[in-house]
Every structure is written in structure tokens, then in C-alpha cells.
Design a binder for this molecule. Structure first.
Ligand code: HPA
Length: 275
């Protein structure tokens, strides 16, 4: 991949989108599995399909939406990313994070990322959201590898506060006010697509992970590189107990993601309202 071509593609996508929206969103929300519900709360939505945006990667996964939805959520103009690109689908890290660069250059200042994740902290209960306090990148790749685009961010971006402390505090406060139980913890990103072995779950717990998944980390790295503030929330869909590991079905993951998703929608809506 040539970085000049990539920059040019991002700029073309930004230009196209700018001409379709009435104002610049300050908040972008990446919808993970089971989180599609938020899209229905957006007023006067303007949906733009990925395939219509020049330069934008195109989703291949069947049943996955591939659109940006612009509109008002609690009087705040936001953009929702409905359908993300996963590394395990074969996209490069640069493609996975393309939409985040587009958000940055549009003028987005806050990124809210959601995902479905397996709990490695065995005190967790499935169907409960976890506010991400930090992450560990075990994906074996990084979206910032290669020539640095200095206008986009620094060569060696600081990650001392990858997940914004004030946003974490706000999310916890609104969850408490809503009477919603949430956990806090460290998200470990793996490439996937296979789920973890018992030995891997054991290791992930030992290194300080509370949850594990196959997304989010690259998007957060690029968002931080670009100077955005980040809030991340995981839906805990299953528990990886190394001493009692049972086969996990995709249905189980989706069902629990939707359950957690219902409460995550409420938390995110309140966070947006208070931003
Ligand atoms: N591991 C990785 N990704 C996941 C899991 C898991 O256990 N559950 C949901 N997504």
C-alpha cells in the first residue's frame, strides 16, 4: 500500500461526505454486534452506504450493514458507523481503520466504540456491559506501521490515557443514575477469527485482561493518534473459564450481545446527552 494513495483516498471520502451533511459531527459511534439498535434512535437520519463513498472500503460479510448514519441523538449531531471492518476478514489494519481517519478529518472529536467480548475475568456475568479502562494489543499488527502522516498525528503517539478518564467517569455516573450494572476492565485485542483455547484464556487473565475480542484496538490506536478522545464499552457475551471451557456458539454470543446492547444504548445515549 502506498501511503500517498491512502491519504488521497481518505481525503476523497471526506470531501464526498462533507457535501452530503448539514453540519460536522463531533461524536462518532462505532456499533458492534447487537448494537444496531442505536441507529433507530437517530432523528432525521442521513444514511450513506460505504459502497457509495469514493475510496471507502466495502463490507463483504453477509448480514452486516455497511453504512454511516448521520443525524441527531439528543440534539447532538453524531455519526454512527453501522458495520465495521475486522482484521480477521482479511482487511489490512489501514482498511480496518479507514473510517476512523475519515472521522478525524471530518472534525470528529470523540469516538465511542462498542464491541462484543468474551469475559476472562470470571467474576463477570454475561449480558453486562464493561467500560473499557485500557487495552492490550495482541493482534500482532498495528495500523500505524509504515510511513507516518505527520499532519494526522505523531510518529510515536502517547497511549498513557488511551481511554479518556473523564468519559469513563461520565459513563459510570450515567449507568449508576440509570440503575444499570456495569463493569470496568482491560480489553485484549486478538486477531481471531477462532475463539481462544483454554490455555489462551488462562494467559489472557494472567496478563491482566478482563475481556477479549477481535476488534476495537486498531480503531482506538488510530483515534488516539489523531487526537480524538475515546470511550469504549464491551458487551460481555460469554466467559472463557480455562478449567471448564465449553463450546461457544455464535448464537449465544449474538443473543447476549443484544441483551447487553439494550443497556449500552441507554448508557451511550445519556453520555452523548451530557457531552
Ligand atoms: N473471544 C474473542 N472474541 C469474542 C469472544 C471471545 O470469547 N466472545 C465474543 N467475542
Amino acid at each position: 500500500m502506498n501511503i500517498k494513495d491512502y491519504v488521497e483516498r481518505v481525503n476523497r471520502a471526506v470531501e464526498y461526505i462533507r457535501n452530503k451533511i448539514p453540519e460536522v459531527p463531533k461524536i462518532a459511534i462505532v456499533l458492534g454486534s447487537g448494537l444496531g439498535g442505536i441507529a433507530e434512535s437517530v432523528e432525521n437520519p442521513i444514511s450513506i452506504s460505504y459502497k457509495d463513498i469514493p475510496g471507502f472500503p466495502v463490507s463483504t460479510a453477509p448480514g452486516h450493514k455497511g453504512e454511516l448514519v448521520f443525524g441527531k441523538l439528543y440534539d447532538k449531531f453524531v455519526v454512527l458507523m453501522n458495520g465495521r471492518f475486522h482484521y480477521y476478514e482479511g482487511y489490512s489494519m489501514k482498511e480496518v481503520t479507514f473510517p476512523i481517519r475519515v472521522f478525524q478529518l471530518l472534525g470528529v472529536e470523540v469516538l465511542i466504540v462498542t464491541n462484543a467480548a468474551g469475559g476472562t475475568n470470571l467474576d463477570f456475568e454475561v449480558g453486562v456491559p464493561m467500560i473499557i479502562t485500557d487495552h492490550i494489543n495482541l493482534m500482532g499488527d498495528n495500523p500505524l506501521i509504515g510511513p507516518n502522516v505527520d499532519e494526522w498525528g505523531p510518529r510515536f503517539p502517547d497511549m498513557s490515557e488511551a481511554y479518556d478518564k473523564d468519559l469513563i467517569k461520565l459513563a459510570k455516573t450515567v449507568a449508576k443514575e440509570l440503575g444499570i450494572k456495569v463493569y470496568e476492565g482491560v480489553y485484549v485485542g486478538l486477531a481471531g477469527p477462532n475463539l481462544e483455547t483454554a490455555a489462551e484464556y488462562r494467559m489472557l487473565r494472567r496478563i491482566g485482561g478482563d475481556a477479549v475480542g477481535m476488534s476495537t484496538v486498531p480503531e482506538v490506536i488510530v483515534a488516539k493518534h489523531g487526537g480524538l478522545k475515546v470511550l469504549g464499552i464491551s458487551a460481555i457475551t460469554d466467559l472463557g473459564d480455562p478449567d471448564n471451557l465449553k463450546p461457544l456458539t455464535a448464537e449465544e454470543v449474538l443473543e447476549n450481545a443484544e441483551r447487553a446492547g439494550k443497556t449500552m444504548v441507554k448508557i451511550i445515549s445519556e453520555v452523548v446527552r451530557n457531552l
